[in-house]
Design a protein around this ligand. Structure first.
Ligand code: GLV
Ligand code: GLV
Length: 325
């Protein structure tokens, strides 16, 4: 019998063609609606591989009952939705999609910084609402980006590509990370500093950290209070790294200048979310890596990782490398 692969979202045929030729594919048929938890749990019992999205919680309950499962290929660079420790305990490979989305996500991050600083969304709404009656000297005047100080929290591959873009804008670049990144210091001139120093000096604080027990709740009232009064906070990492209520109050009360957010504590958010009432907050629906080319590459990499594991080969991007030892 052919190995069974469960794909938890409707993906284009072109992207999964190679898998389809070799394996039995069971694909959830909706593009915009996640597979219900009960169906996922039931189906997982008999599958050899899972191709998952960040909307699925792959926890011990699921893994312990998935007796044939060999690989979880999460179609994202972040894998906080997967219990990697349990997967490792059960000998299940966990794969993610780094590298292929690095530049695309860095583009979105820098774009979000720019639209927030220059109030472009507000400006577009202004025209749409028929409010533009005349040119005026300080009409929708925003904040400069060039020659300002950027502080990157979480200097991984995406962070270093954001730094590269910032260099082109003549920005002064600071970063904070668990480990020093000498290459980025040498190539781009980014300077390492403590989290507190970064918060106190940066005009733009950009969070690109993964969600881990160490980063959860890293940005709270205390951190926003340390930031400059006109600083802009950008989050393209994960929502729970930020206390959203504290962020709301900081922006509302003018403790900081504004925020650009691609991720939220609980996704999706709807139109009643308090942050959306603040004109100096730009909110995006978690589209950091969402270009057609990159999403195709992420799907193909996930498929290829599954194929490798099912052929007992080393996958391209394995998170829990210890299972291969
Ligand atoms: C998306 O958020 C990802 O981690 O790729
Ligand atoms: C992603 O690949 C990162 O390390 O930021």
């Amino acid at each position: 019998m052919k190995p069974i692969i469960l794909i938890t979202r409707k993906l284009p045929d072109a992207a999964i063609k190679d898998l389809k030729n070799q394996y039995h594919i069971d694909m959830w048929e909706e593009e915009d609606v996640p597979i219900p938890r009960e169906i996922l749990l039931e189906k997982s019992k008999n599958v050899d591989a899972l191709l998952t999205m960040i909307t699925e919680k792959i926890d011990e309950e699921l893994i312990a009952n998935a007796k044939q499962l060999k690989v979880i290929a999460n179609c994202a660079v972040g894998y906080d939705n997967v219990d990697v420790e349990t997967a490792t305990k059960y000998g299940v490979a966990v794969c993610n999609t780094p590298d292929v989305l690095t530049d695309t996500t860095a583009d979105l991050t820098f774009a979000l910084l720019m639209v927030t600083a220059r109030r472009m969304i507000e400006a577009e709404k202004y025209i749409q609402n028929g409010q533009w009656k005349s040119w005026s000297p300080f009409l929708l005047a925003g904040k400069d980006i060039h020659h300002k100080t950027l502080g990157i929290v979480g200097m991984g591959k995406i962070g270093s590509k954001v730094a590269k873009r910032a260099k082109g804008f003549d920005m002064n670049i600071l970063y904070h990370n668990r480990t020093r990144k000498i290459e980025v210091e040498e190539e781009i001139g980014a300077k390492y500093c403590s989290f507190e120093e970064l918060l106190r000096t940066a005009d733009f604080v950009v969070c690109l950290a993964p969600l881990t027990p160490e980063t959860e709740g890293m940005f709270q009232k205390e951190q926003f209070n340390m930031m400059k009064k006109d600083a802009i906070f950008i989050n393209v990492g994960r929502g729970p790294i930020v206390n959203e209520q504290d962020l709301y109050e900081a922006v509302k009360n003018g403790v900081i200048g504004g925020a650009g957010l691609d991720v939220f504590e609980k996704e999706p958010i709807d139109e009643t979310h308090p942050l959306l009432t603040l004109p100096n907050v730009v909110a995006l629906p978690h589209i950091g890596s969402s270009s057609v080319e990159t999403r195709m590459r992420m799907i193909q990499l996930s498929c290829s990782n599954i194929d490798q594991i099912l052929k007992e080969k080393i996958p391209h991007t394995l998170v829990n490398k210890q299972i291969m030892l």
